[in-house]
Design a protein around this ligand. Structure first.
Ligand SMILES: [Zn+2]
Ligand SMILES: [Zn+2]
Length: 207
């Protein structure tokens, strides 16, 4: 059994020397695993996942290519309804959303969500995917659907939509507050709302 998040620290790395080091490290690891275990070994595929995640911001096209290879592998190795397959569906859906491929993003994220909502112990990951899917819907001007998706598991199933935060109400110690304009997105604090407004939400709030 392996887990996907065994290398904490690559997430949220800003561009710069730290990111180059992380990328180098994952590239070396990925090559070494391929040489040692072969392309189709889960260990090789795991280091490919870590490399793809490390490249998400700096080289999204390469990250997407790696995630597509991973998706084919995981569907074959684990099945289409496995939670590890859902991790890749979620990552790929997010990359598609960021480059404006909203239809494909929606299809991928709906698949990820169905798996995560059905699996025990995946409540937080399901909330992350609901948030991602809602961002796709809102970008497509479907804000009522975005609201419904975020609320699908009730207010306890919401997370703060400022991505680096992602706190649940339980973690924030208070109910999350919705955007007063669109009523389709929630935050844990005014600081998170301001940061996300500038970075993302302003463009899609009320088209
Ligand atoms: Zn927050
Ligand atoms: Zn709004």
């Amino acid at each position: 059994m392996f887990v996907d998040m065994m290398f904490p620290g690559y997430q949220g790395l800003a561009a710069g020397p730290g990111l180059s080091r992380a990328r180098q490290q994952y590239e070396q690891e990925s090559c070494a695993d391929r040489a040692a275990f072969g392309e189709n070994d889960p260990r090789t595929q795991l280091s490919k996942h870590n490399l793809a995640e490390a490249l998400t911001d700096s080289d999204p096209a390469e990250a997407e290519r790696l995630h597509r290879e991973l998706l084919a592998f995981r569907e074959r190795a684990f099945g289409p309804e496995n939670t590890r397959t859902a991790i890749t569906l979620n990552s790929l859906g997010s990359l598609c959303r960021k480059r404006g491929a909203l239809e494909e993003a929606e299809a991928l994220l709906r698949r990820a969500l169905a798996v995560r909502e059905a699996a025990p112990g995946e409540a937080f990951d399901a909330a992350v995917t609901r948030d991602e899917l809602a961002c796709v819907l809102q970008a497509a001007g479907r804000k009522d659907e975005a609201r419904a998706v975020r609320l699908r598991a009730g207010t306890q199933g919401l997370i703060c939509s400022h991505a680096p935060c992602s706190k649940t109400a339980g973690q924030a110690g208070a109910p999350l507050k919705e955007c007063a304009r669109c009523h389709a997105i929630w935050y844990c604090s005014p600081a998170c709302q301001r940061a996300d407004w500038t970075a993302n939400h302003r463009a899609v709030c009320c088209p």
